[in-house]
Structures are given as structure tokens and as C-alpha cells.
Write a protein of this length. Structure first.
Length: 320
């Protein structure tokens, strides 16, 4: 199965202090220069094979704003080395310098990491923002956008909150959200990215936000305008009797996943949604654990929901 591991770009630590109810420079009114909004990483620099210098910038300050004076315009970047176009990645926080070999750079350009090893994938971590501190996971991220795609380019938004696990010595995912935009949108429209809790608590310590534009053959002519990002809290659906009553294993999954409940005294239904909220499959009136084939599912993030006696349980499923 062809693995597009774009979402695996979201890992590790924290840097800038932020109010728990908003993101810094969420309206892109403050700029360090014409390509760099404050608190956001839009430019990257480093070397190829430790010798050849390489840099690319994906952000541009624009007066074509939804509100205020400015907005952020994101486009893939044409680089002189090999005359290739690199898909755009704009992240909340800061990034370091990189050193990539030619194979890893080609994987980044093509968004196909199938044939790179773990050491090469680790080298990409220097391109990843460490995020910013946040004490509670939002249930939703909203923003205003316009999208002028060229060729088959798409815009993707990924949001993840994590909490450090001192026992495992690594961050654990608290909540996750993702959406993809493919259609031409010439007027500012609002997009809502719904977050899914991994467990029962929304308490976190870090949030990461990544906007990306491009595809397997990215075009520098694609333009993605972003403005007025807001966070919504305290709407996890607890009042709708959402509880953690389900287990998924193995997760991540390659061929199958088993859905298991704590109680089978009454029948239940299973629904599976993709990252855009589209219903993929539904199985009704189950009375025991259920094994679902994932062989036909593309690699990515899915939401599995069970409904039993009016009680809804949800969990994130990762298909590799």
C-alpha cells in the first residue's frame, strides 16, 4: 500500500507561550518580513548531503484579507536544485535547519515516503515545528480561506494536541483533526476542522497546526489564502452522552482492526468516517466484538464510532 505519510510530520516538544483560548498572530497582522508572519514557520533552509545549500519559502504577506490589513498566502516553492517544486508546509511555531540526502528530498517533493528508512525519516524532524504550549485541547479549529489550485493540488490542514508521557518519555496524542480542500474557492469561506479525542480527557500541553498545499506533482501557481484562525473549546459532546466504551486493536492497522466494547448486553452499531467526515462504512446490530478489514482503505486517519443504547463512543484509527 502506497504510504503518504504527510501526517507523520507532527511530533515533539514546545516553544512559545500562548493564551489557551487563541493562537498567536491568528489573523496574520504581524510580520517579520514579507514572507514570514510572526509565530509561524513559512521558510526552511539547510543543506543537501551536507554540502549543497538549499532554501525554500512558502508564505507571502497579502492585503487580500478576510478582515484586518493582511492575510497569509501559501504556495508550493520552485527550487533551482533539480528544477523541482516542493509542496508547501506552513506551521505554527519555529523550525530548525535541515540536512537531507537526495532520496529524502525526492520523497518530500513527491510526498511519497514508502522507500525511505527510519534514519532518513528522522532527518525530516528538523523540518517539524515543536508547536506551542496549550493546556486544553480545542474541540474545533476554524479559519477563513480562499483556494486557487493549479493542476491536482490540494490544501490540507492538520491539527494535533499532545501531552508528555514521562513514563514512555514521549508525547502522547490527546486530540487530532484534519481536513482536505480540493475545490476552487474564489471568495473567502469558513472551514471547520473538528477534533477527535484519543481518550477521555482533553488536557494537553502542546498544540501543533500545519497547513500544506501541493500533491505528488505540486504547482507553484497554486494559492491558498488563510486568515482569522479561531479555536472552539468545551464542545466535546459530553452533554450528548459521549463516553469511552470502545477499544480498537491493532491500531495503527494494516489489514484489519477489531472493535471491542466493555459490554455486549445490547446490540450496537459501528460507523467509520474518513478525515473529511464522509461515512465510509456502517455495520448494524452487532452483539460481539467485530473485526473490520482495512485492506481497501487508503493510508490515513479515520474516525470509528459506536452507538449503543443512545451512547456514542469514538476513537481515532490510523491505517498504514
Amino acid at each position: 500500500m502506497r504510504k503518504k505519510l504527510l501526517f507523520s510530520f507532527m511530533v515533539i516538544c514546545s516553544v512559545v507561550f500562548v493564551n489557551a483560548q487563541t493562537l498567536p498572530n491568528n489573523g496574520f497582522e504581524t510580520w517579520t518580513n514579507a514572507t514570514t508572519p510572526a509565530n509561524w514557520a513559512t521558510s526552511y533552509s539547510g543543506t543537501v548531503s551536507g554540502i549543497i545549500p538549499l532554501s525554500f519559502a512558502f508564505g507571502t504577506k497579502t492585503v487580500d484579507a478576510h478582515s484586518g490589513s493582511y492575510a497569509l498566502k501559501i504556495s508550493p516553492s520552485l527550487v533551482s536544485l533539480g528544477n523541482v517544486t516542493v509542496p508547501a508546509f506552513v506551521q505554527l511555531g519555529t523550525v530548525g535547519t535541515f540536512n537531507l540526502d537526495a532520496t529524502t528530498l525526492a520523497a518530500l517533493v513527491n510526498l511519497d515516503f514508502t522507500n525511505i528508512d527510519i534514519s532518513q525519516l528522522t532527518a525530516l524532524q528538523s523540518l517539524i515545528s515543536k508547536g506551542i504550549p496549550m493546556s486544553d485541547s480545542p474541540s474545533e479549529l476554524k479559519f477563513w480561506y480562499k483556494f486557487l489550485p493549479d493542476s491536482s493540488d490540494q490544501a490540507t490542514v492538520n491539527v494535533i494536541t499532545t501531552k508528555w508521557n514521562s513514563t514512555l518519555n514521549m508525547p502522547e496524542v490527546v486530540a487530532i483533526g484534519s481536513t482536505t480542500i480540493a475545490n476552487l474557492t474564489t471568495q473567502y469561506s469558513q472551514m471547520n476542522v473538528a477534533m477527535t479525542l484519543e481518550g477521555t480527557s482533553s488536557v494537553c500541553d502542546t498544540i501543533r497546526v500545519i497547513f500544506s498545499v501541493g500533491g505528488a506533482n505540486s504547482s507553484a501557481a497554486s494559492e491558498f489564502f488563510i486568515d482569522d484562525i479561531t479555536l472552539k473549546f468545551n464542545s466535546w459532546g459530553i452533554e450528548n452522552n459521549t463516553v469511552s466504551n470502545m477499544k480498537l486493536y491493532p491500531n495503527p492497522s494494516r489489514d484489519f482492526v477489531t472493535v471491542s466494547l466493555n459490554d455486549y448486553s445490547t446490540s450496537y452499531d459501528v460507523e467509520v468516517y474518513d478525515h473529511c467526515g464522509k461515512l465510509i462504512t456502517m455495520i448494524k446490530n452487532l452483539t460481539d466484538s467485530y473485526t473490520l478489514s482495512t485492506e481497501t482503505l487508503s493510508a490515513g486517519i479515520y474516525l470509528v464510532k459506536t452507538i449503543q443504547n443512545g451512547t456514542t463512543s469514538t476513537s481515532k484509527l490510523v491505517v498504514e
